[in-house]
Design a protein around this ligand. Structure first.
Ligand code: PHE
Length: 381
């Protein structure tokens, strides 16, 4: 039926037949209406309004038509494409609105829900108290010094004027580290001849500091120490000491006393005095036990049975630790001239201080790592 196509009738061109154009438009509109989400609509757009869509291809055929036919076909195709684009835009807006509404519901954050169900605990009060003590001395120009916890006997005892046969050597219940040759041969060998112990106090850091540093020396040495005690309410085999050492020209016991007073004032409140009671340590001469005025009753509970003080046991004083002027023999062992230099040292246990400072009744609470113990200290600043 195709006549010679002299005038190039659009009805003869398959893609430009009115019913073909209507069909392409209707298919496009149906697909647009059926697109359930933006992704599907994107595909519909490519298929029905893209460069290779039926209407775009039909549009391309128009150029070859004679002028009159061109206008007709152009109008038809243009209207079809216009309708498709309009429908696309409307559906696009509709789907975007739906998506936005859904996101608002699905991704809503309930700010009233608990944000964290895992208890996070807090810094351990031993850490905060140690750092507080360090800060007091760092502010005065002291440096923090550290040493090994498995320590040579020479540092832990000999250099501190505790010879092997010194009676005070057995005062400290020592963990001895077994030597190589004893390993695996349990029962044979004494096991105490490796020359290494778990340090029983932080005083060996005095020696290490004197050997390693230029004079004058002002150091504070916090650290873990070990003694063969059973863990109970008042003992632990691993505990923490702070040692202080000052070596300079012309230091006297008055400097020791003033330093102690300052520390106690900074930790427990201004104006709390300290006292020294004669004592004995091989590494200090003279030596003393140091006490501070009870920061709770300030001595008022003494002789007043009606108002007992739990913190000091109505003694009026709280025992802090040991101190003294560094023994000249220790200075000599470290190559320091005792004729020119003198100094003082003191040491105390931080667990004990934490106990009386915060009314901790059982030492085990401090080592068991239960967050219920640490949390109330977490607000400390
Ligand atoms: N090292 C001693 C102890 O653990 C304490 C101390 C330190 C005493 C410094 C005097 C000087 O018992």
């Amino acid at each position: 039926m195709s006549a010679p196509n002299k005038s190039y009738d659009p009805v003869e061109v398959e893609a430009l037949k009115p019913e073909e154009i209507d069909r392409a438009r209707d298919e496009a509109l149906a697909a647009i209406a059926a697109a359930g989400d933006l992704e599907a609509l994107r595909e519909v757009k490519v298929a029905h309004a893209g460069d290779r869509s039926p209407l775009a291809l039909a549009n391309r055929e128009i150029g070859a038509l004679p002028p009159q036919a061109k206008a007709d076909a152009g109008k038809r195709v243009g209207q079809a494409r216009g309708a498709v684009n309009k429908a696309l835009k409307a559906r696009q807006e509709e789907l975007e609105r739906e998506r936005d509404e859904r996101v608002l519901v699905e991704e809503a954050v309930d700010v009233t829900l608990p944000y964290d169900r895992v208890p996070s605990g807090a810094r351990h009060p031993m850490t905060t108290l140690s750092e507080r003590i360090e800060d007091i001395f760092v502010a005065m120009g002291y440096e923090v010094a550290e040493g090994p916890e498995a320590e040579a006997e020479w540092f832990n005892f000999d250099a501190l004027n505790l010879d092997p046969d010194h009676p005070a050597r057995s005062m400290q219940d020592t963990f001895f580290v077994r030597g190589q040759e004893d390993q695996g041969a349990a029962g044979s060998g004494s096991g105490d001849d490796s020359g290494v112990v778990l340090r029983t106090h932080t005083s060996p850091v005095q020696i290490r500091s004197l050997l390693a540093r230029e004079l004058p020396v002002y150091v504070i040495c916090p650290g873990r120490v070990y003694r063969t005690d059973e863990l109970d309410a008042t003992h632990t085999p691993v505990f923490t000491q702070v040692e202080l050492l000052a070596i300079d020209e012309g230091l006297t016991m008055a400097d020791l006393k003033g330093t102690l007073d300052h520390m106690v004032g900074a930790l427990f409140g201004e104006g709390l005095g300290t006292r020294l009671r004669p004592s004995y340590f091989p590494f200090t001469e003279p030596s003393a036990e140091m006490d501070m005025v009870c920061f709770v009753c300030r001595g008022k509970s003494v002789g007043d049975p009606a108002n007992p003080c739990r913190t000091c046991g109505s003694e009026g004083w709280i025992e802090l630790g040991g101190c003294g002027m560094v023994n000249p023999r220790v200075l000599t062992a470290c190559g320091v001239d005792p004729e020119r230099y003198s100094g003082f040292a003191f040491g105390f246990g931080i667990e004990r201080m934490l106990m009386f400072r915060h009314n901790v009744e059982d030492m085990r609470d401090m080592v068991e790592g239960d967050a219920r113990f640490t949390r109330p200290f977490g607000m400390e600043i």
